[in-house]
Design a protein around this ligand. Structure first.
Ligand SMILES: [Ca+2]
Ligand SMILES: [Ca+2]
Ligand SMILES: [Ca+2]
Length: 363
């Protein structure tokens, strides 16, 4: 999926400078327990430094330190969706979220401790999901390797809501964000077989209906997996065909004031048993991890691609807190507890609202 804005990068030097200030100001936050996964080639101190920036478990600790950092932290989308209200019940420990995407940098310090063993590269057909890019504008759209960092950013947004969830990276898109339905099908097959709790798909499949993909979507949801899809960035409905006929969550983007982003596709779908529901989540000017595997940059990025993972994170929390819920019930709970959203003409959407994790999980 093409997201509407290219990421605006904060250079590593600037980020680390900001972090150094934070380290001095908030020493207690550096004391975190051992991580579940070693991060190749990275020292522990680098890892901890980043945790301070991301503030995964307590984002309010790291505000107002330097101008750069204050800018990065001023907008806390996890607060907007009231994720902290659920954290006394679950931070996602034990939840496995498959991210079907591309442009992974799974060694990025923001996500590396949360990458589950395994993972699949359905593009190269190997087990190394990291994407270094090829330095070429293969699709001729004037932007080189625009898919890089996409999956990393998605993973980062999941962790904003479910800070201790495990991410299973499944590469189904190349460095330009392109992919074949066959890769997507292989990725879905892998996620189903790994019995993940949630699948995040911040992508669009080919518009032509693909029976194999539809069957896999049905198999995923009927085997207890909550499937979350981005709505698309065409600024109009209807939303993705992939969600037809399955109880999935389709996610549009709102800004920090809960206004629907002009680029966000959406459709105020009437709730029907066994059918997809529309929901909104933050997707404008988010700050998160990108970079190639040799460049651990952070950036601002917008798109429904990055709204979907907030809902995926919420589904992961709900799965942990109420494991007895079936997929239909998880989808209905998240959609029915959403906060009111209004269209550009000021009319409240009848069936869809903005994710409210506190209402859905924390009550
Ligand atoms: Ca590979
Ligand atoms: Ca390109
Ligand atoms: Ca390329």
């Amino acid at each position: 999926m093409k997201d509407t804005h290219q990421p605006r990068r904060m250079g590593r030097a600037a980020a680390i400078a900001a972090l150094a200030v934070t380290l001095a100001a908030v020493p207690a936050a550096a004391d975190r327990s051992e991580q579940s996964r070693d991060c190749d080639g990275r020292t522990r101190s680098e890892s901890r430094r980043y945790e301070l920036l991301s503030g995964e478990c307590n984002p309010t600790n790291v505000k107002l330190v330097s101008s750069d950092l204050a800018m990065a932290m001023a907008y806390a989308p996890e607060q907007q969706v009231r994720a902290p209200a659920a954290w006394s019940l679950s931070v996602g420990s034990g939840a496995l979220v498959a991210v079907l995407d591309g442009g992974f940098n799974v060694d990025h310090p923001a996500v590396c401790a949360h990458i589950a063993p395994g993972g699949l590269d359905a593009v190269d057909r190997d087990s190394d999901v990291n994407d270094h890019g090829n330095g070429l504008d293969d699709d001729g759209d004037g932007v080189v390797d625009e898919g890089l960092g996409h999956g990393t950013f998605v993973a980062g947004m999941i962790l904003k809501v479910a800070p201790e969830a495990q991410i299973l990276p499944i590469r189904v898109r190349d460095d330009e964000g392109r992919g074949f339905n066959a890769s997507l099908a292989a990725g879905l097959r892998y996620a189903i077989d790994r019995r993940v709790d949630v699948i995040n798909m911040s992508l669009e499949a080919s518009k032509a209906k693909d029976t194999q993909l539809m069957d896999l979507m049905r198999e995923a949801t009927s085997s207890g997996i909550v499937v979350v899809l981005s709505a698309g960035n065409d600024g109009r409905g209807p939303v993705t065909d992939l969600a037809l006929g399955v109880p999935a969550l389709v996610v549009g983007a709102v800004d920090e004031n809960d206004a629907i982003a002009p680029f966000s596709s959406y459709q105020d779908m009437r709730p029907l048993e066994g059918q997809a529901r529309m929901i909104f989540a933050p997707g404008v000017n988010l700050y998160g991890p990108v970079g190639t595997p040799t460049d651990d940059a952070n950036a601002y990025w917008s798109g429904t691609s990055f709204a979907a993972p907030f809902v995926a994170g919420a589904a992961a929390l709900l799965r942990q807190v109420e494991p007895e819920l079936c997929v239909n019930e998880v989808v209905a709970r998240l959609a029915d507890t959403a906060y009111p959203v209004y269209d550009a003409k000021g009319r409240r959407l009848r069936y869809s609202g903005r994710l409210d994790v506190g209402q859905a999980v924390g009550r």
